[in-house]
Ligand binder design. Structure first.
Ligand code: GH3
Ligand code: MG
Ligand code: MG
Length: 373
């Protein structure tokens, strides 16, 4: 299902479409200046020099503006500023209408100053520009259509009203050319959009897969690998900001005998229920993970050893008091907890983990159902 955000994004161009436009623009502008020079070269014999120079200077100004326009697009895309992107898109469209106006001027100049059939030369040039622009501009389809019609409409008018009879043939050619170019640009646009969408879908799937790989199968909490990844980052931040971090290592007492007495399925159920019970006692900033079959860790952010002892005791008591029931079976169980703290000796997650494991062993040795130290 689409959410509101998706729908809002649909009404404006996909950022990647704008990126592709941004990529194409410099090449398109260089090509435009080359074509403009060729036009000047061909018509310099007929059109007054001053007029040609003014016309060419305007084309250069336009190209300069378009380079600036690209820079604006890049800046606002980076800042994800939708409002500014839309505004830049509008300026892009206006600059294209101006560009169409410049080419219309060029064909009027050739009509006025050059002998027949020179206006055909400028007509063919304009048709070429429209076709090439389908490549560079189709990413912003709306902008392309506006450009297309502001280029082609004056040409049709000029050909029909000011040309000789044979120009009617050219007008008909234009009528065939219009739908063809329309379909061409639409096809380019659609294929770009669908490849971008396919890429987006793939990215989403990869992210989802990554998420799933972080989470354990049975209990739906973070797995060992992700725990080490996230713990490393949190410890780096804590070391920099001189925050306290503590680690609890939890192991179920005599869990093997529960499996042996009631079956593995009962054991699995208890694991799931135990996780839910522990989660209730936790804060948002704590990182809870299953690091072994029936072994769990909780990384306690902003918590000293003394604070961790209080939390460990709370968890221990909760599990001791809880009566686990599966089908008709009622089971009491206890846990042991090893605690360690980030300090001068324990500076890495590996040290912290080793230390907590050592303390867990001591808790087991001292009779289980307890935390150590
Ligand atoms: P203690 O920790 O108190 O020393 O005794 P224990 O019986 O819990 O011993 P230990 O921690 O060494 O054994 C862990 C047992 O947990 C072994 C295995 O049968 C069981 N176990 C591990 N993973 C799972 C699991 O995913 N599901 C079930 N049902 N049992 C598991
Ligand atoms: Mg164990
Ligand atoms: Mg155990």
């Amino acid at each position: 299902m689409m959410d509101k955000n998706d729908r809002k994004n649909m009404s404006t161009a996909h950022p990647k479409l704008i990126e592709s436009l941004v990529d194409q623009t410099p090449r398109a502008m260089i090509a435009m200046l080359i074509v403009s020079s060729v036009y000047c070269g061909i018509f310099i014999k007929y059109i007054p020099f001053n007029i040609l120079v003014i016309w060419f200077v305007f084309q250069m100004l336009l190209a300069t503006y378009r380079f600036y326009n690209v820079k604006e697009f890049k800046k606002h895309l980076e800042a994800k500023n939708q409002e500014k992107i839309e505004k830049t898109e509008l300026y892009f469209i206006i600059s294209n209408v101006f560009q169409a106006f410049m080419w219309t001027i060029s064909s009027i100049l050739s009509l006025v100053y050059a002998p027949q059939p020179y206006e055909l030369v400028s007509f063919v040039m304009i048709i070429g520009i429209i076709t090439a622009s389908a490549l560079s501009m189709s990413s912003l389809y709306k902008a392309y259509l506006i450009f297309f019609f502001s280029m082609i409409t004056p040409q049709i008018i000029i050909l029909i009203y000011y040309g000789e009879h044979h120009h009617i043939g050219v007008a008909i050619l234009t009528l065939i050319y219009i739908p063809a170019t329309f379909l061409l640009s639409k096809a380019i646009y659609s294929s770009r959009l669908s490849s971008i969408q396919a890429h987006d879908d793939l990215e989403k799937s990869v992210n989802k897969l990554h998420q799933l790989s972080m989470i354990g199968e049975l209990t739906n909490i973070y797995n060992r690998r992700y725990f080490f990844e996230i713990a490393e980052n949190l410890i780096a931040v804590a070391a920099r900001e001189q925050n306290k971090i503590s680690l609890l290592m939890i192991d179920i007492d005599y869990f093997k005998s529960i499996n042996d007495n009631y079956g593995h399925q009962t054991g699995d159920f208890i694991l799931i229920d135990l996780v839910k019970e522990i989660e209730k006692t936790m804060r948002k900033s704590d990182v809870f993970a299953r690091v072994g079959g029936e072994e769990f860790t909780i990384l306690l952010n902003n918590t000293s050893l003394d604070g961790a002892k209080v939390i460990a005791e709370k968890i221990r008591k909760t599990i001791e008091d809880k009566n686990f029931t599966y089908k008709t079976i009622s089971i009491d169980l206890t846990i042991s907890i090893g605690i360690s703290e980030l300090n001068k000796e324990n500076t890495s997650i590996e040290n912290l983990y080793k230390q907590a494991d050592k303390q867990l062993y001591i808790a087991k040795e001292n009779g289980r159902n307890r935390a150590s130290p």
